[in-house]
Design a protein around this ligand. Structure first.
Ligand SMILES: [Zn+2]
Length: 158
């Protein structure tokens, strides 16, 4: 960062390196786009490339320059993606099997999946005691998080 005062004095401060976010332009989206803040379309370039190759229907990523994105808790740094597939909203054993399939296909690129589910319900039972192909316990990757009854959320390892 560099600043210059009206008298011509300058100051410089390093804030470390920043990865510019890249715009997702795929047409497979659900929900409305907030065009005033960049269309909810922004992700780190490596995350965008990964999302592009993972055939889902997508909602919000991040705003153009990242930062707070209410009502989301995350979606700040270009590693978040909200997605949906037919049948997701049931959040039953079939939904769980689909998500486990995503995790076994993509491995540790998907760091965390947020889903809202009932403790002891069909979804919870279907992910209990399941080990993913990459060795992680499914329950350590799929986290029960409020606000995810109509979409899932991926945190992607850049
Ligand atoms: Zn989200």
């Amino acid at each position: 960062m560099r600043a210059r005062s009206s008298s011509g004095e300058t100051a410089e401060k390093s804030a470390g390196s920043v990865t510019k976010l890249a715009r997702f332009t795929g047409g497979n989206r659900y929900g409305g786009r907030d065009t005033a803040v960049g269309g909810d379309d922004w992700a780190r370039p490596t995350v965008r490339a990964f999302i592009d190759g993972a055939a889902q229907t997508w909602g919000d990523f991040s705003n153009m320059n990242g930062g707070p994105f209410p009502p989301h808790d995350s979606h700040r740094v270009g590693t978040s993606a909200d997605g949906w597939f037919t049948g997701y909203n049931n959040r039953d054993a079939t939904t769980a099997a689909t998500i486990i399939g995503h995790l076994n296909t993509h491995g540790t690129r998907i760091r965390t999946v947020y889903v809202t589910f009932a403790t002891g319900g069909a979804f919870a039972q279907a992910i209990a005691n399941v080990t993913l192909n990459d060795g992680r316990a499914t329950t350590s990757v799929i986290r029960n998080h409020g606000g995810h009854t109509t979409h899932f959320h991926w945190e992607v390892n850049p």
